[in-house]
Design a protein around this ligand. Structure first.
Ligand code: PMP
Ligand code: GLN
Length: 384
């Protein structure tokens, strides 16, 4: 393995999912749902295969999907993207993120990541030959807040891009209007690009509101917005995502993307287009269901003696294991499958600086109720 990729030899999700299999444990580690997406969406994909949509789709993605993405973002946020030049279909959000860095960041440039960060960001920065610099979230009661002063002081002469992720994996934080405004102000002041990962944009709880940072003043021209069908439509295995932004930025993302995968799977594209156009009620029900699951799992974790943080969106809730007398989330999580038959992910897998994060554990609740009930009874053994 080349030096720049050596730190990224395996992912925490692959490691933990392997542990789940070994110990026949309930897998609350990797975030993927255990039920299918909307029935009609699945049918459209089957029909696409049956009707011969089995060859390369166009490089930027099938027009039917690019048009549906444009309608979706215009309808929900009022943002206008030209389907021909400002939208690119990618192999999941992951490819969009990596291609954006490869296409827009020079080697030696710096990219700011909010810490903890989703694991692919650091690897993508490394692939681009760039350097990452982290800006921490800070605990504010039972919520994680952006450290705006740290963001300001992290910007240097080589800073090229800020990566934003809200709703945030792993903490479940949804950035407030003032946090987003602070990021936008810094980006405009220093003429930075913003790469925003909005894959959990519709998985919001209570009164949380998602505002795409591209809608803030001065941001449309410098923002690449990334999302995906994975989380919105329970289709993580379809690997169908997209990037939206101004034509010159999308052209740069496409320049990289075309030599990574060229195109993504054709039959999924009309199916996702259908879902974006017609499955809002299904997504609303998903959201309501996930909120109840969040409550179930949060209660089980609190019952087991953990200090549970507030999840405002995503699939995830974080909890502190310090009240159990534990001091190291990494070894706690590695032992947990054998100890009680539950898999979870240590939040320090998503940080460069462990301090303050070393007793925090992320649990995924995107699982059927009987699975969560099983997990709850296993977790109860922690305090027994
Ligand atoms: N970003 C975040 C924050 C995620 O949690 C995930 C996956 N769970 C992705 C990107 C990747 O999305 P995709 O599967 O569409 O590549
Ligand atoms: N995004 C999912 C998570 O955070 C996992 C995706 C993966 O396995 N790379 O759990």
């Amino acid at each position: 393995t080349v030096a720049r990729l050596r730190p990224f030899a395996s992912t925490i999700f692959a490691e933990m999912t392997a542990l789940a299999a070994t110990h026949d444990a309930v897998n609350l580690g990797q975030g993927f749902p255990d039920t299918d997406g909307p029935a009609r969406m699945l049918e459209v994909a089957r029909e696409a295969i049956a009707s011969g949509l089995n060859q390369y789709p166009p490089g930027p993605g099938m027009p039917v999907l690019r048009e549906a993405i444009a309608r979706d973002r215009a309808g929900r946020y009022g943002t206008e993207y030209d389907p021909d030049s400002e939208i690119l279909v990618t192999v999941g959000a992951t490819e969009a993120l990596s291609a954006a860095m490869l296409g827009l960041v020079e080697s030696g440039d710096e990219v700011l990541l909010v810490e903890p960060y989703y694991d692919s960001y650091a690897a993508a920065v490394a692939l681009a030959g760039a350097q990452r610099r982290t800006v921490p979230l800070v605990v504010d009661g039972d919520r994680f807040a952006l450290d705006v002063d740290a963001l300001r002081s992290a910007v240097g002469p080589r800073t090229r891009m800020i990566v934003v992720n809200s709703p945030h994996n792993p903490t479940g934080t949804v950035f407030t209007a003032s946090e987003l405004a602070a990021i936008a102000e810094v980006a405009c002041e220093h003429d930075l690009l913003v790469l925003t990962d909005e894959v959990y944009e519709r998985l919001l709880f209570d009164d949380a509101v998602h505002t795409p940072i591209a809608t803030l003043p001065g941001m449309a021209e410098r923002t690449i917005t990334v999302s995906s069908a994975a989380k919105t439509f329970n289709a993580t295995g379809w690997k169908t995502g997209w990037a939206c932004g101004p034509a010159p930025l999308i052209a740069a993302v496409k320049a990289a993307k075309q030599f990574m995968t060229f195109v993504g799977g054709a039959p999924f594209q009309p199916a996702v287009a259908h879902a974006l156009d017609h499955e809002s009620a299904w997504v609303d029900a998903l959201r309501t269901g996930l909120q109840a699951k969040r409550d179930t799992l949060s209660a089980a974790l609190a019952h087991a003696g953990l200090d549970v943080k507030r999840s405002e969106g995503t699939y995830f809730v974080c909890a502190d294991i310090a009240p159990l007398g534990e001091s190291d989330a990494d070894s706690f999580c590695r032992a947990l499958p054998e100890r009680i038959g539950v898999v979870a992910v240590p939040v320090d897998a998503f940080v460069d600086h462990r301090e303050g994060w070393d007793t925090l554990v992320r649990f995924a609740f995107c699982k059927q109720d009987h699975v969560l009930a099983d997990a709850a009874s296993r977790l109860a053994r922690l305090s027994a």
